[in-house]
Design a protein around this ligand. Structure first.
Ligand SMILES: NC(=O)C1=CN([C@@H]2O[C@H](COP(=O)(O)OP(=O)(O)OC[C@H]3O[C@@H](n4cnc5c(N)ncnc54)[C@H](O)[C@@H]3O)[C@@H](O)[C@H]2O)C=CC1
Length: 484
């Protein structure tokens, strides 16, 4: 497959290069090979993208929602038709197994375009009757130019989860992918324009944090949506606040997964696997603090080890492979350092813990048992395949411990006690909760965090609120009065 794109950026409906920008390599995580060479956006490229977005947006907002939606839904169909090639590209970009990318990346992007394309025609204001025959009507308006900044774990999905609601509401988008995974957003831009999106409405510019920072502070930008870490989120939120811009912050987490001893053990083990090892643990909502009630601790750890033995670790392009490499040298080094900390702090290594000796960024699925709340592996986001298993005795104790974190992205519970399940979900300080399941993220449901994990919601009708604003128009039918 040709992994080198025609150029680094996609602006005003076409590929654009500027070799004056800092060069960086794209690496296939499974082998460490360079698969593309890119250039970071120069100030001129950033200017071109924002000017194009600014120029194209008013006419797009003036189109009917039905027309806008038709283009998004056409793009969704094209993504599905090309799912195989897009999934291979995503595997090259991220290292995630084709078994995953073929069902969870381009397809999830298509879901977003289909969903928001469907909603576009239904975005209306309301009529509000006042006394004496006077009234107000509201108009749901686009914000203008939205900037999207992506993380490296779900590059296609993030490009679409931000682009689809933005475009459906009549905005233009300038998207900056993570410098680690810059390839697939370009394909999304290509497809959107092939589907009929007018030039200038979905632009992609490449670069590191400085390019993101330049976009955030630009006065031509009305909204910023970031998927990234909490430290980056704090910087971006503060910079956007100075310009009073709208924000969506999808940030990191250290989510709790609570398994009571009445749970279906096999399902609970499946939940813990999905909450820790899918995408080699590189999922923001992962339930990496697994609280297991003492009565089933030994059975849980035994069954978990047996199930982990079934992981197929190998060539990510092989459809049988179910566990791939980490995304980068930097990320595997972070994970390694946390494994060392876990050992040093006295946690018991119950599974894995070693790098796999081959080119690329390979590490075993890793489980620590006997973890306590104060350990670094129980407090900090690792963003890799490291599960921390903590013991607990009763519900009140585990709820206090589960919520004792600065994060609040997600939380899960496995139990067969119906009332307890809902009581626990109500008590979690988290934006996204799961009962007897984990890490589902369908486009129909709101997704996002509380506390340090974020602001705003992606997906669902809730996202519309974050990509549009309401104008109130007061209409007087009788005579206007004034004091003098
Ligand atoms: N809540 C969510 O929906 C998700 C959150 N994440 C979080 O993302 C993190 C991993 O992704 P990374 O790419 O390492 O995160 P990161 O925070 O290092 O980078 C995210 C993006 O922000 C850009 N950036 C960095 N500094 C910036 C600045 N000062 N101004 C503007 N942009 C800047 C980067 O170039 C990148 O595109 C994890 O913490 C993870 O939890 C990842 C996926 C989903």
């Amino acid at each position: 497959m040709q992994t080198q794109p025609a150029a680094s950026h996609f602006i005003n409906g076409q590929y654009v290069e500027d070799t004056g920008g800092e060069a960086f390599d794209v690496i296939y995580p499974a082998t460490g090979e360079v698969i593309a060479k890119m250039h970071s956006a120069t100030p001129d490229i950033i200017n071109q993208a924002l000017d194009a977005a600014r120029a194209a947006q008013p006419a797009w907002a003036a189109m009917s929602g039905t027309e806008r939606g038709r283009i998004l839904r056409r793009a969704a169909d094209m993504i599905r038709e090309r799912n195989h090639d897009l999934s291979i590209l995503e595997t090259y970009d991220t290292g995630k197994p084709y078994q995953e990318t073929s069902v969870a990346d381009a397809t999830s992007g298509a879901d977003a375009l289909e969903y928001f394309g469907g909603l576009a025609a239904s975005l209306t204001g309301e009529h509000i009757a006042l006394g004496d025959g006077n009234w107000v009507y509201t108009i749901r308006e686009a914000l203008g130019v939205c900037v999207g900044i992506g993380a490296w774990n779900y590059p296609t999905q993030i490009a679409c989860w931000k682009g689809a609601p933005a475009l459906a509401c009549g905005n233009a988008m300038v998207f900056k992918p993570s410098e680690t995974t810059p390839l697939s957003a370009l394909k999304m831009a290509e497809i959107l324009h092939e589907a009929g999106l007018p030039a200038g409405l979905y632009n992609v510019v490449q670069g590191l944090g400085d390019v993101g920072a330049a976009l955030v502070v630009d006065p031509r930008v009305n909204k910023v949506s970031l998927t990234g870490s909490v430290p980056t989120g704090r910087k971006v939120y503060a910079a956007a606040a100075a310009g009073m811009k709208h924000v969506t912050m999808e940030l990191g987490g250290k989510s709790p997964l609570v398994i009571f001893d009445d749970a279906n053990l096999e399902n609970a083990v499946s939940g813990a696997i999905m909450a820790n090892f899918y995408s080699t643990g590189q999922v923001c909502s992962n339930g990496t603090r697994v609280f297991v009630q003492k009565g089933i601790k030994d059975a849980f750890l035994k069954r978990l080890s047996e199930r982990l033995d079934n992981a197929v670790i190998g060539d990510p392009m092989d459809p049988d492979t179910s566990f791939g490499p980490m995304v980068s040298q930097r990320q595997i080094d972070i994970v390694d350092s946390y494994i060392a900390k876990g050992k040093a702090e006295g946690a018991r290594l119950a599974y894995g813990g070693n790098r796999i000796d081959q080119p690329g960024f390979w590490i075993q699925p890793t489980v620590f048992a006997d973890v306590t709340d104060d350990m670094a592996i129980a407090r900090e986001e690792i963003f890799g395949p490291v599960m921390a298993v903590l013991d607990f005795e009763d519900e009140a104790e585990v709820m206090a411990r589960a919520n004792d974190t600065e994060f609040g992205l997600a939380a899960g519970v496995f139990t067969n006690d119906l009332t307890r399940a809902h009581r626990v979900a109500a008590g979690f300080e988290a934006g996204t909760c799961y009962i007897n399941t984990y890490n589902d993220a369908p486009v129909e449901a709101p997704f996002g965090g509380v506390k340090a994990s974020g602001v705003g919601r992606e997906n669902s009708k809730a996202a519309i609120e974050h990509y549009s604003q309401v104008k109130s128009v007061f209409v007087r039918m009788d005579d206007m009065e004034a004091p003098f």
